[in-house]
Ligand binder design. Structure first.
Ligand SMILES: Cc1ncc(COP(=O)(O)O)c(C=O)c1O
Length: 444
């Protein structure tokens, strides 16, 4: 594994400096030496689908800020909106027309959004959704699926990392494995864990715990173990089962929202979640989150003795609300999602072809604007346990380090996914395929 150090002397210097003041030299472990070897490629600027590092090396960016940059870097319309908004005052923590406009556009796009509440991150949105669900149902417990990530709020921080399968316990009663120190064990007493894409196990678990559940939360496409689509009809069945036991169905669209369709996966798969959560692509590179749902549930935040509390100095941040409105206009344009799918599907087909020609056993999984590559002997990765048992994540990391040296920017973490933005063009796909061809030669 080698991120070419000769190409990146300034990256090395910047990283050494950052480590004096920042833990691991970064602000999130997924950006530092736990993932990149011998340390991160330190980025300086971006435009469209390209980024440049501090040594002036140019890359095609397929990570796109973990999916936040739906229009790539420095989109001219977003730059205009931000320049104007910042000159007028970035934020007032007071009522503004900008937040109403952003909310109206949001509601027009997201089928289940009778009302919306903006937060600053996806983690805040999922925190709020759980609090609303508990208040609405008068129940405490939450069901989450193995391998799903919903942010770093205490009750979501278990069974989110990959572990040897022997540690996972039986599918109908998975062992609870905390993702973090510092969380009281009692928090997990109120969390039930289930395997995903496995209806039989879910039914069994619900027979035992269903009546205590405030909510079942799921990602529509599992994005925390790469990219694992749901089995046909699975999400609707989960929704129906949750309702059968009186629990709310929360669809976490932080990754998929505004990406797979204007109205996210709920539109794509024709689902009607009780609550859904958003982030990432909604802000086109600015920090944002949102909870959407029916008035009857969101109105529980209305001021009263029995309200669900949700405060925040930066909620409805004026500058970001302007960005959201402009972003949603851009995403409503004719053919936007069709183009995202066309570029993504071309990349997926091209990668499959390169691996086949090179005789390298790999699965390229996903569709349209998001996908992942798994080095595996299996023909598909269908759930978390497949990922833990059958994916060669070390090989993937070596592969991506070769790509980095060939001018493709991507995280070497197999748990993330390749992202297509509206800024990607056919020549970006060609660059990826040619770099992949070289990387295959180096891998074998
Ligand atoms: C499905 C899902 N939900 C919630 C979150 C948390 O969002 P944020 O990182 O904005 O807090 C993430 C982040 O990756 C996510 O993938």
């Amino acid at each position: 594994m080698n991120t070419n150090t000769e190409l990146r002397t300034r990256s090395r210097e910047c990283f050494a400096r950052a480590q004096q003041s920042l833990v691991e030299g970064v602000n999130s472990p997924s950006r530092g030496a736990a993932v990149y070897s011998p340390g991160p490629v330190v980025l300086e600027r971006g435009r469209g689908s390209h980024v440049w590092d501090v040594d002036a090396n140019e890359y095609v960016d397929f990570m796109m800020s973990f999916g936040a940059l739906i229009h790539g870097h420095a989109h001219p319309k977003i730059v205009d909106v931000v320049s104007k908004a910042v000159n007028e005052g970035s934020h007032f923590a007071a009522a503004t027309p900008a937040e109403a406009e952003a909310a109206e556009k949001f509601r027009r796009m997201v089928p289940s959004a009778e009302m919306v509440r903006f937060t600053n991150t996806g983690s805040e949105a999922t925190m709020l959704a759980l609090r609303l669900a508990r208040a609405h149902t008068g129940r405490l417990k939450l069901l989450k699926f193995e391998g799903h990530y919903h942010g770093w709020y205490d009750p979501y921080c278990l069974n989110g990392h990959s572990h040897p399968v022997e540690q996972l316990g039986p599918p109908e009663n998975p062992t609870k494995i905390p993702d973090s120190e510092g969380i009281p064990a009692s928090v997990f007493d109120d969390v039930i864990v289930a395997p995903w894409n496995d209806l039989a196990a879910l039914e069994q678990i619900l027979r035992k715990h269903g009546r205590e559940l405030a909510a079942v939360i799921t990602e529509p496409i599992m994005a925390n173990m790469g990219c694992i689509p749901p089995a046909e009809g699975y999400l609707q069945a989960v929704c129906d089962l949750a309702h059968q036991y009186g629990a709310l169905f929360i669809l976490d669209e932080v990754v998929t929202g505004f990406r797979y369709a204007p109205g996210g996966c709920q539109q794509l798969f024709n689902l009607r979640p009780d609550l859904s959560t958003f982030g990432k692509a909604l802000g086109a590179g600015f920090p944002i989150g949102a909870v959407a749902g029916p008035r009857a549930i969101l109105e529980r935040m209305r001021w009263s003795e029995h309200m669900v509390l949700h405060y925040g100095t930066f909620n409805g941040h004026r500058l970001t609300m302007n960005v959201v409105a402009a972003n949603l206009d851009l995403l409503s344009g004719a053919g936007v999602h069709r183009n995202l799918f066309a570029i993504g599907d071309a990349a997926i087909a091209g990668l499959r072809d390169v691996f086949r020609r090179r005789g390298l056993k790999a699965v390229v999984q996903g569709f349209g604007p998001m996908f992942q590559i798994y080095f595996t002997e299996k023909d598909a990765i269908r759930h978390y346990r497949d990922y833990c048992a059958h994916v060669d994540t070390k090989k993937y990391s070596r592969f991506v380090h070769h790509l980095l040296d060939a001018g493709i920017y991507m995280t070497p973490s197999n748990g993330l996914h390749w992202i297509i933005s509206t800024a990607h063009r056919e020549q970006d796909v060609e660059a990826l395929l040619s770099a992949t061809d070289q990387a295959c030669a180096q891998l074998s």
